[in-house]
Write a protein of this length. Sequence first.
Length: 308
Amino acid sequence: MTNKIIYLVKTAMMASLLVLASSAMAQDGTIYPLDTPAEPNAILLGTGGVEDQPAPESWFRQWGDPMARNISNATLTPFLPEPGKANGAAVIVAPGGGFRWLSMGNEGWEVAQALADRGIAAFVLKYRLIPTPPTLEGLKKAMDQTFAAAADTSSDAPKAAPGWDLSNQLEDAEAAYALIVKRAAEWGVDTSRLGMIGFSAGAGLTMHCALNSKAMELDFIGPVYGPMGPVEVPKNAPPLFSVIASDDFLFGGQFGVIKSWYTAGRPVEFHLYQNGGHGFGLGNPDRTSNRWFDAFTHWLEVNRFLVK
């Protein structure tokens, strides 16, 4: 089962990068250097480093979004609701970026703040990544090579890449979960209403945690534009809320993961939007997928995850 999930995550990453490459043609995909932002509330998870890491963590901006790469030290950043608004529910948020960078704004901080505004404690997981070259020129070359691999439709695609073992990322997620449970009283978290959502590669990690972790007891999961292939669903799999747009490369007419959850008799809700592409985060202008966050919080409410 683990190998199958890793393959699905590989596929997600390759398709995601192909979409990013296409987007670069339509808008300014230039990579701009970005000073490392202050993260005063980030908590080191102490899960270790990354082998053969060529450079320290650095940041860049692309398509207007702050992104982090060469992450060797995982962190967790709490976004806590105002005390009068807090309902006790909590969500771990896993940004995407093909496991080579993290879209920290679009798929991390913005989502976490939106959750906190709804009374839900949110925790952005900055997990360890596959190394990229030290310079921005080297990063661009690495991106171009990966885009070329993503475009390869031969029978042996997706190409093998170093670092596909997800043990680092799983360990980071498990450490984040353990920290939230440990500090639940301080953060106002009801540990029976603790879930995880992720975007693109982060959605793949969310699914990987739900299907493989023995240390996490997730109460719900929300993969957003993640892998859609079939999976083997355990009897105690958490309720699933899945979102993707029909014009997303990751969709391709697949409903495998939805059917897997349904066949296993586990609660599942699926939203296939007409448009939105890939990487839309909370939403892009004039796309039907822009309402997914409202649908997600409504789903949480109906399933009594927001009940104090």
